[in-house]
Design a protein around this ligand. Structure first.
Ligand SMILES: Nc1ncnc2c1ncn2[C@@H]1O[C@H](COP(=O)(O)OP(=O)(O)OP(=O)(O)O)[C@@H](O)[C@H]1O
Length: 925
């Protein structure tokens, strides 16, 4: 949640002070104030708590020396406001206890001033006395305050002064607004947050949706089970769009409002997690499929009426059962038992739930994964055609994943987390140093917030008017030096006016266990069956992506940077989210050690492919399958897989098709063996795969231009870059620099299709043991049923390739098509650092068309960038890389002359944290 904590006091303190010295001392004081040591805050919290109790005892006229003194003082000062003092003190104590390293001074003041304001308001409306402005007013107010018949000295004077100045109405409006502002500040909220929250409240229509599902379940006996058992089902493709959730890490900010928010959240959450409606399950998330649902919706209206009471009960029951899950997640410090109740993985429950409302829920609680009962019912002679459609849909849905047991989330380990004290210490120290450094350079700016992400902390600065942004960015190195960091990144914060973020790498990096993301609301409520738990962003928000929207992904980074962990996270996410009927996998692992563990899971179409030649065959199968799907689509008159599946569900005898995700663990190894076929197949699938539900996930540790060719890059729009050696590598992966600044071990730049710029994310961590546990579980639930046809086709392709080539140099076929002058042209381009047709014409004495063809071929090979209008094309490789490419072409296949260097070993974890390397090269601005 965005915060608007622009303390007026802070602003005025800094505002306008240009002299370095003055500003510095102010800032220093401010920084140290906000950076009060945790122990001071805890003592403050304790004092507030005790005073709250004493003040509350005063309600009951408990008499004791200190209590009398304290209540007398409070009553004398704030009179009626005394009634509100104990809750305010309790709240302040709570804020101080759970500060989590964030500034609390302003919040505590706001809370403590609330009783004063309320006292003032009551003084205006309740106090009966006659008050004249003279010195005797003070003792009068004090006395009456003590008797609780006025607002006391403070509130009373305030109330009298404001009503005198602005009239009672004006003063009341002022006090109410001031009180509201204070409450918001105390909760670390802004007006826009509140407005946003209410705007994003769930649409009431969702509440109606679960209703129709029940009758189908109850009215339908098990008749259809045998008939439909073997059919593929893709039930829960889309649900309602997930609601953005208040950031989990920012919860402490809104502690004051937490009760309200959590109640709302949990009721909405429960509602969502509870049995979804059939039309919610079936609803495609793209509007183009709306029309396919129209007849169904009409029918469902009829079904709704008799069934209303039952779902309501069931929902209430489920909401009750799920209640422990929300608090367990929201309170990081909660006892683990509470979480255990939420462990059996709920997100996957929605599909079966509509059909078996009671039993699956009980299973969930018992920690037993849900077994879906097939909802069946033989289609006899139903009078209403629409009813038939409706029943078929139910049957299809119930079938989806009926045999598949979704792994429970407790197979994954929980995050140990970093201790608040460590974090607060680092935050405070950095905040003070940062503030001092900025002011010592004469920049008028105030640190208003610090957001700690898993690997980077962002300090948010509010620049005074007239301070130029580049004044700050010029200080990048000095700030890094002052903080002892390897480098910092300074950039404006989107959506926040005049706010600049300074991102500083954390000394203690908290790994992000995959469980945190898989068990998050974002993942649970992601409607896509091909959702992937990516990690957590800089503000600790879970990043979940929908592979269908990527629709193909390139994962690149140097060795040891976290690619395999990321690939494993992706596969495990799919296992948690989808049944084999919904998603099938093809895995290619030329390294033979990374993906072999998945052999035998029911999602696999064929065993993990380790032979690069067969890998090329597998890709060719994907192309053939894709073409078949397109043909089928055109026959039935649909445009993509979603529409097809929607139609299949409504049509008797038509089977749904699963999405196919092809995971390639090391592209470089494939390119060495069959560059041309692999590139061709990848490009074909990449160009047309989206609509047919075929997705490519390609990982490589060699982000060089010969592996990730220009053609491939053009067709794989989404990228994840892990740490790389040079900015050139970063450019090859992302078309922009930045990945060379990453610190490894899961630190990534995530650049999905459609996002303007790469987003820094700490990737999910999943250990081999966790993968093994999930795979074992999935295998126990159902063994792989490999598709013989696919296997056969791949074998044939590989054999045909062998026959055709007769064992020639693997890459020879691909080379013939290129101009023989291509190496010379590359040489020239690399030497001169520019690529233009006219320059090649001059240097190689060529005609225009041949020179232009050469430039096109260089682009295809990834040597030069795309055409950029009047600007010359970019040269994407260095001379050294060109030499490497040439050298490699003369090496026997399989050799890897320039394996990327590993990420430095200093990045090893220390218990629950990773120490950051301190000797990496500094970042660029
Ligand atoms: N998200 C992460 N969080 C914490 N640590 C991670 C993360 N990802 C990877 N690591 C650490 O980095 C190590 C190497 O990761 P991984 O094996 O995924 O690298 P890689 O890029 O696949 O290397 P290679 O290309 O050599 O296979 C892991 O053993 C783990 O300790």
């Amino acid at each position: 949640m965005a915060t608007a904590k622009k303390s007026p006091s802070r602003k005025s303190a800094s505002g306008g002070k240009r002299s370095g010295g003055t500003t510095r001392s102010t800032a220093g004081k401010r920084a140290s104030a906000s950076g009060a040591t945790p122990i001071r805050r805890e003592v403050g919290a304790l004092i507030c708590f005790l005073l709250a109790i004493f003040a509350a005892l005063g309600y009951f006229n408990v008499s004791a020396l200190f209590i009398d003194f304290f209540t007398g003082l409070a009553k004398g000062l704030i009179g009626y406001g005394y009634y509100f003092l104990p809750p305010a003190l309790l709240w302040a104590s709570f804020v101080l206890f759970f500060h989590r390293g964030r500034p609390v001074r302003l919040r505590v003041w706001c809370i403590l001033l609330l009783p004063v304001l309320l006292g003032a308001v009551l003084q205006m409306f309740v106090a009966k006395g006659e008050y004249a402005w003279s010195w005797s007013l003070i003792p009068t107010l004090w006395r009456e305050g003590g008797q609780m018949s006025s607002g006391g000295v403070l509130s009373g004077l305030l109330g009298l002064a404001f009503s005198g100045l602005f009239s009672k109405i004006g003063a009341t409006i002022f006090f109410v607004l001031a009180g509201a502002l204070m409450v918001l500040a105390a909760c670390r909220l802004s007006f826009s947050d509140v407005v946003d929250y209410f705007r994003e409240m769930p649409h009431p229509e969702y509440e109606e949706q679960p209703l129709p599902e029940r009758p189908r379940r109850t009215q339908k006996p098990q008749k259809k089970r045998e008939v439909r058992r073997s059919e593929i089902d893709i039930p829960v493709d889309d649900g309602p769009e997930p609601e953005p959730e208040p950031e989990p890490d920012r919860e402490p900010k809104a502690k004051g409002a937490a009760a309200l928010f959590q109640r709302k959240e949990s009721s909405f959450f429960n509602h969502e997690a509870s049995v979804p409606a059939p039309d919610a399950l079936l609803r495609p998330d793209e509007t183009e499929e709306e029309e396919t649902r129209v007849p169904l919706t009409e029918e469902e209206d009829d079904w709704d009426l008799p069934t209303e009471p039952e779902p309501e009960e069931a929902r209430a029951e489920q909401a009750h059962r799920e209640e422990p899950a929300s608090p367990a997640r929201s309170e990081e410090d909660e006892a683990p038992e509470e979480q255990e109740e939420s462990l059996p993985f709920d997100p996957v429950i929605p599909p079966p739930a509509p059909f078996a409302p009671t039993r699956p829920q009980r299973d969930t609680l018992a920690g037993i994964p849900i077994e879906r009962e097939p909802a069946v019912g033989k289609k006899e002679e139903k009078a209403q055609a629409a009813q038939e459609v409706s029943r078929d849909l139910s049957a299809g849905l119930a079938q989806g994943g009926q045999d598949y047991q979704y792994p429970p989330v407790d197979l994954l380990t929980q995050s140990p987390g970093l201790s608040d004290n460590d974090v607060a210490g680092e935050l405070n120290a950095n905040q003070i140093r940062l503030s001092d450094t900025i002011h010592s350079f004469g920049i008028d700016a105030t640190i208003v917030d610090a957001i700690r992400g898993p690997s980077v902390t962002r300090y948010e600065l509010e620049l005074a008017q007239g301070v130029r942004m580049n004044k700050l960015t010029n200080l990048t190195d000095d700030i890094a030096l002052a903080l002892g960091a390897t480098g910092v990144r300074i950039a404006p914060i989107p959506d926040k006016i005049s706010m600049v973020g300074i991102e500083v790498p954390n000394k203690l990096v908290a790994p992000v266990p995959i469980r945190d993301v898989i068990d998050s609301r974002e993942f649970r409520e992601s409607p896509s069956k091909v959702s992937f738990a990516v990690g957590k962003d800089i503000s600790n928000r879970c990043v979940v992506c929908n592979i269908a929207k990527l629709p193909h992904l390139l994962i690149a980074g140097t060795t040891g940077s976290g690619k395999s962990v990321c690939t494993n996270s992706l596969i495990v996410s799919l296992l948690y989210k989808s049944s084999p009927e919904e998603v099938r996998l093809i895995m290619v692992d030329p390294k033979m050690v990374e993906l072999g563990i998945y052999n035998g899971i029911p999602h696999l179409l064929i065993p993990v492919v380790t032979d690069p030649k067969k890998a090329a065959g597998a890709l060719q199968w994907a192309v053939t399958e894709m073409m078949k799907r397109y043909k089928r689509f055109s026959e039935v008159g649909v445009r993509d897989l979603k529409s097809y599946n929607a139609l299949a569900k409504r049509t008797e005898g038509m089977e749904t098709m699963p999405s196919v995700v092809v995971v390639i663990d090391e592209l470089a190894d494939l390119m060495l063996v069959a560059a041309k076929e692999v590139e061709e197949s990848i490009c074909r699938v990449a160009q047309m795969g989206r609509a047919s539900g075929m997705h490519l996930i390609i990982a490589t540790q060699r982000p060089s231009a010969d592996v990730i060719t220009g053609l491939m890059k053009a067709n794989i729009p989404s990228r994840i870059a892990f740490a790389v050696q040079s900015s050139l590598d970063s450019r090859i992966i992302l078309d922009t620099t930045g990945a060379e600044k990453l610190v490894g071990r899961g630190d990534m730049l995530y650049f999905p299709l459609g996002s303007g710029k790469p987003q820094r994310v700490q990737g999910c961590m999943i250990t081999d043991e966790e993968v093994a546990a999930v795979v074992d579980f999935v295998k126990k639930g159902g063994q792989a049923d490999y598709d013989e046809a696919v296997l056969h086709e791949i074998e044939q392709n590989a054999a045909a390739k062998d026959k055709k080539s007769g064992a020639p140099a693997p890459e020879s076929d691909g080379q013939d098509e290129y101009d023989e002058l291509l190496p010379n042209a590359i040489e020239v381009v690399v030497e001169t650092g520019m690529a233009s047709v006219s320059m090649l014409q001059r240097r190689l004495k060529l005609g225009y068309s041949r020179a232009a063809r050469l430039v096109d071929q260089m682009e295809e090979k990834g040597v030069v960038g795309p055409f950029e209008g009047s600007k010359p094309r970019q040269v994407l490789i260095t001379k050294a890389q060109w030499q490497e490419m040439q050298y490699k072409q003369h090496m026997p296949s399989g050799a890897s002359p320039m394996a990327a260097e590993p990420v430095p070993e200093e990045l090893d974890f220390e218990d629950d944290a990773i120490a950051q390397p301190r000797d990496l090269p500094p970042f660029d601005a």
